[in-house]
Design a protein around this ligand. Sequence first.
Ligand code: CP
Length: 299
Amino acid sequence: MQHCLDIASFSYDELVELLDAAYVLKTQPPGYSVPVGETCALIFAEPSTRTRCSFEIAAKRLGFSTLVLDSAASSACKGESLVDTVKNLEAMGVRYFVIRQPNEQWLQELPSQAHADSHLINAGSGMHSHPTQALLDMLTIRQYKKDFASLKVAIMGDIQHSRVARSQCVALHKLGVPEIRLLGPAEWVPESMGEIPVQRFEQLEEGLQDADVVICLRIQRERLRQDQQVDAQAFHQAYGLTPERLKLAKKDAIVLHPGPVNREVELSSEVMDGPQSVILEQVSHGVLLRMAVLRNMSE
Ligand code: CP
């Protein structure tokens, strides 16, 4: 794999190969190291805890040295473009770039301008996509639910502004999930997900019925105008995942959340810390999945 920019560009076989490679890393050390001096740059123009840290840990476990650039402390704040930043790092010998940006235009611009040997990884692009998050979510789902082809997956919350939800829908569809449900206030549930068949629910109680997997999403306040902001308590009452609501899903349903979590808003602490939550396992899988991606690129 040269780049990892969008789930849509993966074939079914490529998706499964990556999930298998990450799964093996659960029990076996990588047994592989990149050549000495190989560097992975993490260029983050938006805040991150999980993605940035797990990529850095993953890269170091594979023998990379790492450079972390956040836009407030790099020359991006003096007006340097992402393309020029990448070209300057390439001139220093860097060939691996993990990039988070508040928009998706760079996904079209950068690949044709980067060095032929460079590898670009999308670590979150505006509201558009977050492929490695969706992949680690699939790894987590597969651990508990062996057959994607029989699953009902409910994604709930602020879906409209969520790059994670978009990438999850593409991945779930590619892996054969027959029933993808989008739950939330009408203005935050997109009319469609492109070509992917989805069901929309404004009533959580309907959408949660018999679900195998429930994915909660936070309100993306940073993408809302002042007049679109909502009261956290009112949102929790109408659309938060509580133990009572979770009972509507299957008994063995699992609860995911890509993080960061706002407790008592999109879900209650009781659910987050409860027996059906696999949220911290998702975080652990983030390291494994990102190791699998970097390894695939470097072999
Ligand atoms: N899920 C996710 O992207 O989390 P961070 O913003 O903390 O990286």
